[in-house]
Structures are given as structure tokens and as C-alpha cells.
Ligand binder design. Structure first.
Ligand SMILES: Nc1ncnc2c1ncn2[C@@H]1O[C@H](COP(=O)(O)OP(=O)(O)OP(=O)(O)O)[C@@H](O)[C@H]1O
Ligand SMILES: [Mg+2]
Length: 333
């Protein structure tokens, strides 16, 4: 059985927009799976179908082995869902919010308090549990949102953009809590994000989604490796003999491509580590001094770019797009 399985799942909204387009995914039990895509890609729509809040237009979806349409009740019993926007009541305390949620979920009274203690402890909110949520920081609210989804011991936890709008340090902390929850409870996690680093650091597997379609599914590592090339950029102290240096480098093994702009040279290679000493060796022979050198491995940013033709971070202008395409051409081995 899969934690989540969909077959050609689609959603067409009433206005005719196909927000989810023939999505097929399989998420193993115990996996942290990520949906990585830009604004409007269809991430929340997919999550709402999987959590039974929205009916699919066509296709099938199973969560914890249950059909989201015909067995919606069983699905709901087995999932936790943390929405993109916070749903807690600011004027209640952290603990009161969880108690309210437990009542709404018809959880047996006797076990609830113990469970609340356990999960508050897990995300280090015990100290502040009797304070009104209005006094919490963004990160604390998010932690409360997340544990709210864990109250009834779900098998699959859905997190829609768990760190949206939080600063970097807080985001890192939330990742730690998500890892801790995953380890402690052994649950499967389906999360959506448009932060590359989040998908990279947290997920066993990811699907890149754009305009409702899945472009590719794999582990972050395989996706990056598949691009093939690393990039070494170095700066020389003068352009004297630069032409000789470039032609020598072009002949070196493991060098795929060499370009120069002013005093800056860029090399594309499947193994930057092995090329770096060669650069010093050849430059040394020609009496050229290397002022600085950096090695960059492909990021999920580059992977996204290669599958969608644009950057995830922001819509870029024409100039950048041209540069991006050029970069991609070289990154692909
Ligand atoms: N109720 C609706 N009726 C019509 N169109 C909708 C509705 N809800 C969402 N959409 C559209 O469907 C597309 C997918 O939206 P969705 O919210 O699933 O994207 P998302 O990937 O979660 O984006 P974000 O990163 O902004 O949260 C968007 O173009 C959105 O405008
Ligand atoms: Mg969304």
C-alpha cells in the first residue's frame, strides 16, 4: 500500500481552469514527499483533493489505502492537514486551540490531554501553552498549526507551504521539527513548497509541478545529478596569455565547455573537483595568477529551470531568460 497514490488525477474549476492536470504519483509509507512549484501551480488544489475538501474532476486518488471520493470519512480519520494559512484562534491559548480542535474531531476526552502534552513537548511549546496565540511569533504559530494536524495520530500528514513567509532561521527550525515529527511518529508527510532548499533538504522525493502538470519526479539528489555538469568560475589577474589558457583548458579532460568574460573564466565539467587542480597547473605554467575560484554544483533551481524553462524564484526579464537558457544548455551534460 502507498501512503498516497493518484492516477491521472485532474481538477477543472468552474471557470474552466485546469488547475490539476492528469497527475499520477506514488508515495511510499514513511516517505517525506514534496510538491515543488511556483504560485498557482496547483499545489493547494491537489492537497485539497487528497484531504477530501475538493472533489476531483477525473482520475483516482487514494490516501492511506482509501479512496478520497468514496471513502472520504476513512481518509479524514487517517490524515492531518495543515493549511497554507493559519487556522488557529488568536485569542485562545495554544492549549485551548488544541483542546477545541480535539473536540471538533470527536476525540475521546481521557486520552486528549496526554496527547496534547506529548505534542506540545515535541515542538517545545509547553512553556507558552497557556499564553494567547496573539502573543506568539510566526514560528510558534506555525508549530502550533503543525501539531494541530497531529492530534489524532494520523498516518499521513499534509503540510501546505509549511514555512511560507517565515524568515530563514525560523524556517530552518521548522524543518528540524518536521524531521523530528517524522522520526518520532514514523508518519508519511506530503508537503508543498516553492522553496527549493526546503524540498532539497527535507524531502526523500519530489515532483516538480508547473501549470497543473508534473514535470518530473525523483529524489533531489538524482535530479541534480541528472543535470551532469558542475560549474567552476575563476578570475585571473590579467588577460595576457588568457587565450592560451582557454585553449589549453578546452583540451583538458573532463572539461565540457569554457567561456570567458573579461578576467572571469567559466568552466562546465561533470567533476569540478578534478578540474580545479588542472586550472592551477596550466595557469602556473603560463605565469597567470588565479585571483579567486569557486565551484558550484547544480541546485534544484537549475533542475527547475531545465524542466520548465524558467526560474522558480521570480519571473525574470528577457535578458535573464536568455542567460538562463544558455546556462541550461551547458549544464545538461
Ligand atoms: N476556487 C477556484 N476557482 C477557480 N480557480 C481557482 C480556484 N482556486 C484556485 N484556482 C486557480 O487554480 C490554479 C492553482 O491554484 P492553487 O491554489 O492550487 O496553486 P498553488 O500551487 O497552491 O499556488 P500558491 O503557491 O499561490 O499557493 C491557480 O491558477 C488559481 O488561480
Ligand atoms: Mg497554495
Amino acid at each position: 500500500m502507498y501512503a498516497v497514490e493518484t492516477r491521472s488525477l485532474s481538477k477543472v474549476y468552474r471557470n474552466g481552469l485546469k488547475a490539476v492536470d492528469e497527475i499520477s504519483i506514488k508515495i511510499e509509507e514513511g516517505e517525506i514527499f514534496g510538491f515543488l512549484g511556483p504560485n498557482g501551480a496547483g499545489k493547494s488544489t491537489t492537497i485539497m483533493i487528497l484531504t477530501t475538501l475538493l472533489k476531483p474532476t477525473s482520475g483516482m486518488a487514494y490516501v492511506a489505502g482509501f479512496d478520497v471520493v468514496t471513502q472520504a470519512k476513512q481518509v479524514r480519520q487517517n490524515i492531518g492537514y495543515v493549511q497554507q494559512d493559519s487556522t488557529v484562534d488568536e485569542y485562545l491559548t495554544g492549549r485551548e486551540n488544541l483542546q477545541l480542535q480535539a473536540r471538533l474531531n470527536h476525540m475521546p476526552k481521557n486520552s486528549v490531554n496526554e496527547r496534547i502534552d506529548e505534542i506540545l513537548d515535541l515542538v517545545e511549546l509547553s512553556d507558552r501553552q497557556h499564553d494567547a496565540v496573539v502573543t506568539y511569533s510566526g514560528g510558534m504559530r506555525k508549530r502550533l498549526d503543525i501539531v494541530g494536524g497531529l492530534l489524532h495520530r494520523p498516518k499521513v500528514l499534509f503540510l501546505d507551504e509549511p514555512t511560507l513567509g517565515l524568515d530563514i532561521q525560523t524556517r530552518y527550525k521548522i524543518w528540524d521539527y518536521i524531521r523530528k515529527i517524522h522520526k518520532e511518529f514514523g508518519i508519511s508527510i506530503f508537503l508543498t513548497t516553492h522553496y527549493m532548499e526546503e524540498a532539497d533538504k527535507l524531502c526523500d522525493n519530489i515532483s516538480i509541478i508547473d501549470h497543473g502538470k508534473i514535470k518530473v519526479t525523483d529524489s533531489p539528489k538524482s535530479l541534480k545529478n541528472a543535470l551532469g555538469n558542475e560549474v567552476v568560475v575563476f578570475e585571473v589577474d590579467s588577460d595576457l596569455k588568457l587565450g592560451d589558457l582557454l585553449s589549453e583548458l578546452k583540451k583538458a579532460s573532463l572539461v565540457k565547455d569554457v567561456t570567458a568574460e573579461g578576467y572571469e573564466v567559466t568552466i562546465f565539467s561533470p567533476s569540478g573537483n578534478q578540474v580545479m587542480p588542472k586550472i592551477f597547473e596550466i595557469a602556473g605554467k603560463l605565469g597567470i595568477k588565479i585571483e579567486s575560484i569557486t565551484l558550484t554544483k547544480p541546485t534544484l533551481d537549475d533542475v527547475f529551470l531545465s524542466y520548465t524553462g524558467r526560474e522558480l524564484r521570480e519571473e525574470s526579464n528577457g535578458y535573464n531568460r536568455k542567460k538562463e537558457r544558455e546556462k541550461m544548455r551547458r549544464l545538461r551534460a
